[in-house]
Write a protein of this length. Structure first.
Lengths: 358, 292
C-alpha cells in the first residue's frame, strides 16, 4: 500500500499523484507515439476508432459520471458534430477550425437542451433527452438540402495545413492528438473548482446548493461541455466513417454510448477509454466465438444484441463500477497481498432513494 | 369534418395502446420510482406468446390471451424479484440502463426462439375484418375492440385498487413504503405483484395491437411513444397516463395527415419537449421539490 504524505495544496490537485504514475503515463504516451512503427494497419485503424469513440464517451462520462445527469440523447450530439464537420469542410473551412466549430455548435445546442434540464429531475431528464435524439435524427433525415437525407453525406477528404491525411497512420496521429487534448482538458476541468462543483451536484444537489454551487449555471455548463466534447468526437467519427447517414445517430447510438460509460466504469476518466474499447472489441470477439458455437446458435442475428444486453445487465448487477472498478480492485488486491478481506468491497445495504415528498 | 372525426377515432384507438403501455410505466414508477424501459418489449413478448398459442398451437383466442397475460405477469414478478430487487437504491441511471439491457435481451431472445424469429406474423382474431358504421364514420372492429378493452381494463384496475384489500395495500406501499411496512404490508411482495400487473397490462396492449401492426420483435419500439404519454400525464398519475396516451394518439394521427411528412413520428416528442419546458412535471404532475 502506498501512502501519500501531502505537504502542499498543489500536491492534492496534481495530475499525477505518484511519481510512478508519471512513468506509466510516459510509457503509454511513448507507445501511442510510436504505434504505427510496430502495429499493422488493421490495428492502427482499430486504435484510431477506439480513440475517436472514447472522446464521445468521455463527453457523456463528464455529464453522467461526474455531474450525475442522465442523457439518452448524446448520439444526437455525435450526429450534430459529425454533420457540422462534414458540411463545414465542404464549405472550405480548414480542418482544425472546422472541428472546433463543430464542437462549439454542438456545445451551444447542448446548452439549450441543458436549460430544461435545470428543472427536470432524474427520469424526466432522461426522457427529454430521449425525445431530443429522436427529433434530431428526424431533422437530419428531412433536411435534405443540407444533410442529403437518407442518401447520406460524403465527408470530404481531410487535409491538415495543406497535407493530405490519406493514410491510416496519418489519421491515427490526428485522432490521438485530439483525444489526448480532450482527455487532458477534462482531467483539468475536473480538478478545478468547476469540476468539484460538478461532482458535488452529482453527490447531492441540495448539499451542493447549500455550499453555494449555482445549480443552474453549473448544470448548463456541464451539458454544454459534455455536448461539445461529444461533438468533437463526432467530427472525428465523420472522417473515420467517410460517409454519414442519419440512422447512425439514433437511440441505439445513445445506448451504445451509455453502455460504454457503464461498462467502462462510471465516474472515471479511464473508464471512457475502457468503455470505448469494449464497444469496439465486443462484436469482433463475438465474431470469433461464432466459430466455436454450435451452428444453430452461431447464425442467429440476435446473438450480438443478446450478449450486449447480458453484459450490460451483469455489469450493473455485479460490478457497478465497470471495468475500471474491477481493475482498481485487482490492483488493491495485489498491493495488500495477502491481507485482502473478502468483505472489503462488499456492497453496502442500500435503500430506495426517493425524489418524492411524503 | 368526417375525415377529422375518422382520424380522431383512429388516433384514440392507437392512443389506447399508448395509454396501456404508459399505465404500465406509471404503475411501476409510482411504486418503485423505477422507469421500466423494457415495457415495450414485455408487450412484444405478450403478443408473441399469444401468437404461439393461437396460431401455432391452435388454442381458442380467449384462452391464448389468458395464457399470454398469465405468463407475462409471472415474467414481470420474476423480473422484479430476481433482477431489480438487488439494485434498489442504485442511481436512476443504472436502473434505467438495466431495464434497457433487459429489453435488448428479450428482443434477442425472441429472435432466437424457434418458431418466432425475426419475421412478421399475424394471428386470426374472431373479429378481424368486420367494421362498424356510425353515419359516415367507419370504425374498424380492431379499433373498437382496443377502445372497449382499454375501458374495461381501466375500470377493472380502478375497482381492484379501490375496493380490494390487495389493491389498497399496493396503493399504500406506493404512497409511503415505511408507513406500509409498519402497517404489516409485505411491501416487497407488493412491488413484485405490481410489476406482474404492469407486465400483464403490457401483454394485453401487445395482443390488442397485434391485428393492426402485426407481431414482430421490434414492435416494442412503439412502446417508446408511451413515454411522452406518461410524461404528459405527470408520470405519477394513472388517469394522467390514460389521458396522456389518448392525447398523443390523436395528435399523432392528426399530425400524420395534416402536417408534412416526418411530423407523424416526431409530433409526440415535440409535444413532450414543449410540455417539459412549460410544466416540468407534466400536465397532471404533483411532484414537489425535496426539502432538507
Amino acid at each position: 500500500m502506498r501512502f501519500l504524505f501531502r505537504t502542499d495544496y498543489n500536491q492534492d490537485i496534481d495530475l499525477f499523484q505518484f511519481r510512478l504514475d508519471r512513468f506509466w503515463y510516459g510509457m503509454l504516451f511513448a507507445s501511442l507515439a510510436t504505434a504505427p512503427l510496430w502495429l499493422d494497419d488493421y490495428w492502427i485503424s482499430q486504435v484510431t476508432y477506439v480513440a475517436g469513440f472514447s472522446i464521445s464517451v468521455l463527453g457523456l462520462m463528464l455529464l453522467a459520471g461526474f455531474t450525475g445527469q442522465v442523457s439518452l440523447g448524446h448520439a444526437a450530439f455525435v450526429g450534430i458534430g459529425a454533420y457540422a464537420e462534414a458540411i463545414l469542410m465542404q464549405r472550405g473551412v480548414p480542418f482544425p477550425i472546422s472541428l472546433i466549430l463543430a464542437g462549439v455548435l454542438s456545445g451551444l445546442i447542448g446548452a439549450v437542451i441543458g436549460l430544461p434540464a435545470l428543472r427536470l429531475v432524474g427520469i424526466y431528464l432522461a426522457i427529454a433527452t430521449f425525445a431530443f435524439v429522436i427529433i434530431v435524427q428526424e431533422v437530419l433525415t428531412r433536411w435534405e438540402s443540407l444533410t442529403g437525407g437518407n442518401n447520406g453525406l460524403r465527408v470530404p477528404e481531410l487535409t491538415l495545413f495543406g497535407l493530405a491525411i490519406d493514410q491510416d497512420w496519418k489519421f491515427y496521429y490526428v485522432t490521438i492528438v485530439v483525444a489526448v487534448l480532450c482527455f487532458l482538458g477534462v482531467v483539468n476541468v475536473l480538478r478545478s473548482p468547476t469540476g468539484r462543483a460538478f461532482i458535488a451536484i452529482r453527490d447531492s444537489e441540495i448539499a451542493a446548493q447549500s455550499l453555494g454551487v449555482h445549480l443552474a449555471r453549473y448544470k448548463t455548463m456541464a451539458f454544454a461541455l459534455s455536448a461539445a466534447i461529444t461533438g468533437i468526437g463526432g467530427g472525428l467519427f465523420a472522417h473515420k466513417a467517410g460517409y454519414l447517414s442519419p440512422e447512425s445517430f439514433g437511440l441505439i447510438g445513445s445506448i451504445n454510448l451509455l453502455v460504454a460509460v457503464l461498462v467502462g466504469g462510471i465516474g472515471s476518466v479511464h473508464g471512457a477509454v475502457f468503455g470505448a474499447a469494449f464497444i469496439a472489441v465486443l462484436p469482433q470477439i463475438i465474431a470469433l466465438l461464432k466459430d466455436l458455437l454450435p451452428d444453430a446458435l452461431a447464425h442467429q442475428p440476435g446473438l450480438e444484441a443478446g450478449v450486449f444486453g447480458l453484459i450490460l445487465v451483469l455489469t450493473i448487477l455485479f460490478e457497478p463500477l465497470g471495468i475500471y472498478g474491477r481493475y482498481r480492485k485487482l490492483l488493491f488486491y495485489v498491493s495488500i497481498f495477502p491481507l485482502y478481506k473478502r468483505a472489503t468491497f462488499k456492497r453496502q445495504k442500500s435503500y430506495t432513494r426517493t425524489e418524492r415528498v411524503h | 369534418m368526417v375525415e377529422f372525426v375518422q382520424l380522431t377515432v383512429n388516433g384514440i384507438a392507437i392512443g389506447c395502446i399508448y395509454a396501456l403501455v404508459a399505465l404500465g410505466f406509471v404503475l411501476i414508477y409510482k411504486a418503485t420510482e423505477t422507469v421500466n424501459f423494457a415495457q415495450g418489449d414485455l408487450m412484444m413478448l405478450g403478443a408473441f406468446i399469444a401468437y404461439s398459442c393461437i396460431a401455432l398451437w391452435g388454442l381458442p383466442y380467449l384462452v391464448g390471451i389468458l395464457i399470454a397475460v398469465a405468463v407475462l405477469a409471472a415474467v414481470g414478478t420474476g423480473l422484479d424479484r430476481i433482477v431489480l430487487r438487488p439494485v434498489v437504491g442504485q442511481p436512476t441511471f443504472a436502473i434505467v440502463m438495466l431495464t434497457i439491457g433487459i429489453g435488448t435481451m428479450f428482443r434477442a431472445g425472441a429472435s432466437m426462439t424457434p418458431g418466432w424469429g425475426t419475421e412478421t406474423y399475424s394471428f386470426a382474431t374472431p373479429y378481424s375484418g368486420s367494421t362498424l358504421r356510425f353515419g359516415t364514420v367507419v370504425i374498424a372492429a380492431e379499433h373498437m375492440t382496443i377502445i372497449l378493452a382499454t375501458i374495461g381494463l381501466c375500470a377493472g384496475l380502478f375497482a381492484f385498487f379501490r375496493f380490494t384489500k390487495l389493491g389498497v395495500a399496493m396503493q399504500a406501499s406506493s404512497q409511503n413504503q415505511l408507513a406500509a411496512y409498519y402497517m404489516g404490508i409485505p411491501v416487497k411482495t407488493m412491488f413484485s405483484l405490481i410489476w406482474g400487473i404492469s407486465a400483464g397490462v403490457a401483454a394485453v396492449a401487445g395482443i390488442l395491437m397485434a391485428p393492426i401492426s402485426l407481431v414482430d420483435i421490434n414492435m416494442g419500439f412503439i412502446g417508446l411513444k408511451a413515454f411522452p404519454a406518461a410524461v404528459l400525464g405527470g408520470f405519477g398519475s394513472i388517469p394522467g397516463a390514460i389521458v396522456g396516451g389518448l392525447i398523443i394518439g390523436v395528435i399523432e394521427a392528426l399530425a400524420g395527415f395534416y402536417l408534412p411528412a416526418g411530423f407523424k413520428d416526431t409530433a409526440a416528442y415535440i409535444v413532450l419537449l414543449v410540455v417539459l419546458f412549460v410544466r416540468p412535471h407534466g400536465l397532471f404532475g404533483q411532484m414537489a421539490r425535496k426539502k432538507v
